[in-house]
Design a protein around this ligand. Structure first.
Ligand SMILES: Cc1ncc(COP(=O)(O)O)c(C=O)c1O
Length: 353
């Protein structure tokens, strides 16, 4: 394959790996010509999977969720939306919800734990929507129990607030609950899912909900310059994910638990959560992030097995964090090889620190 770099990745998505994405496109293009538009087909398929009347594609989850929050707020005439202090809207979107949409974020719960029903009880002001991120990425991809999820969404609905799921990794979370995607989505008025994380597509998102809301969301998307008319490549790679990766999510979660157990045995390594609840978990190394980043940079050049490039700082300067997402990228790699990769990385970082 012309774009195959001959490397094996322990990375979180296929976004920067044309060697993995282009063959998928070439495979699927020929068959597609006579069929329905790939974007519409994908929207219909995801609406059905989630059991929602309608769904529409967005160029990004960032845009989709801000628009969903805005519409929930406009519908209720309330500007406040409630979410976790480390949710994507709060930490990665340059406060777009406030700056672009005039919303007020009511942060709920401990930044390093999951939202609890008791945290919601402390919210005394009216809120337009409660956003729950499943799984909560920044704390290792943790999930509330089903009963807690039911109780929290009921809390919101009883107050007339909308429930919105940040389901960037709903595909990965579903096996934990042992319930269908639609059953989980039923607790939420609107659901956003990602087309490139667990599905390993190029980019993109889908927002699902009632017909009127989804049509309204399409208007906001176009106003913001997010038309998806030409997004068929993203739709095609996402469909490949639905066909080939979605059925494997329980297997990936099981593999994540095995891999995490191997890593947790090594000195200087910790996994969060232990055991993982989804194919995603965090790996904490006892070494400072600057030294780990330099070791990663060197290894990405030298080694055939490529470590994730994103090294997170932690509240302690003596620790650094990686996000591990088990997918088909791990098929050709053993847990022992990944263990050796991180052990080598840790040794190198410690020697340099
Ligand atoms: C939990 C979560 N929500 C939302 C997003 C936003 O997705 P996008 O990159 O498509 O804007 C991300 C992206 O990393 C995410 O991890």
């Amino acid at each position: 394959m012309p774009y195959d770099f001959g490397k094996r990745f322990v990375a979180s998505s296929a976004r920067r790996q044309p060697g993995r994405v282009l063959p998928v496109l070439l495979d699927r293009l020929g068959a597609d010509e006579a069929e329905e538009d790939a974007v519409q087909r994908l929207e219909r398929r995801i609406a059905e999977l989630l059991g929602k009347p309608a769904a529409t594609m967005f160029p990004s989850g960032t845009m989709a969720q801000q628009v969903a929050m805005r519409i929930h707020a406009d519908r209720r005439g309330v500007r406040t939306v409630a979410f976790h202090p480390q949710c994507h809207l709060e930490v990665h979107e340059r406060k777009g919800y406030a700056v672009v949409h005039g919303l007020v974020g009511r942060l709920v719960g401990d930044p390093f734990g999951l939202i609890q029903l008791s945290d919601l009880a402390e919210v005394r002001e009216p809120v337009a929507a409660l956003l729950l991120e499943l799984p909560q990425r920044e704390i290792g991809g943790r999930l509330p129990s089903w009963d807690e999820l039911v109780a929290q969404t009921r809390w919101a609905r009883e107050r007339g607030a909308a429930t919105h799921m940040d389901g960037a990794r709903l595909w990965e979370a579903q096996p934990f609950y042992g319930r269908s995607h639609a059953e989980i989505a039923d607790l939420f008025d609107t659901v956003y899912v990602s087309l490139y994380k667990g599905l390993m597509g190029i980019s993109g998102a889908v927002l699902a909900g009632d017909q009127e809301l989804v049509e309204h969301a399409g208007v906001w998307r176009d106003r913001l310059g997010g038309s998806v008319e030409r997004h068929w490549p993203m739709a095609l790679t996402a469909e490949r994910g639905l066909d080939e990766l979605l059925p494997r999510m329980a297997e990936f979660a099981e593999r994540a638990r095995k891999l995490a157990a191997t890593l947790a045995q090594q000195p200087g390594m910790h996994v969060v959560p232990d055991p993982p609840q989804t194919p995603m978990f965090h790996l904490h190394l006892e070494a400072p992030p600057t030294a780990v980043r330099e070791a990663v940079r060197q290894l990405r050049d030298e080694s055939e097995l490529v470590p994730p490039s994103w090294v997170q700082s932690m509240p302690s300067p003596h620790l650094s964090g990686f996000e591990i997402n088990v997918s088909d990228q791990f098929d050709g790699v053993t847990d022992a090889e990944i263990g050796d990769l991180f052990a080598g990385l840790l040794n190198r970082a410690r020697a340099a620190a």
